[in-house]
Design a protein around this ligand. Structure first.
Ligand code: FES
Length: 159
């Protein structure tokens, strides 16, 4: 399902003092949405799966290739709002080259950040911290977590 314009607005920071951070975060989200990293398909993925956001019907198709215990490559396709697509782009970028254990930790921390857990948004999340504002928008949590849930399932399938 294609995304109407109003769904493609990035979340804002809570107050005026954080305007610069909010602007930077919004820029990052829109950059990943407009120029998604790791969008496409792999020749021979070890894991391929599809996840659906039950609230809107948008889907992500995820493919992962492992090198032993390391996330060697990861790609995604699918349609969705700016938040879901930016999250997929940022997450795939962040997890590439990580061990399964480190990747799982990042996914767990990202999920806790999206749910608003204080202190969850640390440096290990890198650009993903730009999505911290989603925590104030519960209806958008499934958007932010669509790729994360798919990646967690891909990692779990290797255990
Ligand atoms: Fe469908 Fe965000 S509105 S993934």
């Amino acid at each position: 399902m294609s995304a109407p314009d109003d769904r493609n607005r990035a979340p804002n920071a809570p107050d005026a003092q954080q305007a610069n951070v909010a602007a930077l975060y919004q820029e990052l989200i829109l950059d990943h949405y407009r120029r998604p990293r790791n969008r496409g398909k792999l020749e021979s993925p070890d894991v391929a799966l599809r996840k659906k956001n039950p609230l809107c019907g948008d889907v992500i198709d995820l493919q992962v290739q492992f090198d032993g215990d390391t996330v060697r490559d990861v790609r995604f396709t699918g349609e969705g709002c700016a938040i879901s697509q930016a999250a997929a782009s940022m997450l795939t970028q962040r997890l590439k080259g990580k061990s399964s254990a480190d990747a799982a930790q990042i996914l767990d921390r990202f999920t806790r950040m999206v749910h608003g857990e204080e202190g969850a948004a640390d440096e290990s999340l890198g650009d993903l911290r730009a999505l911290s504002g989603v925590s104030r928008l519960p209806v958008r949590h499934p958007c932010a977590l669509l790729a994360s849930d798919a990646l967690a399932e891909a990692l779990a399938s290797r255990r």
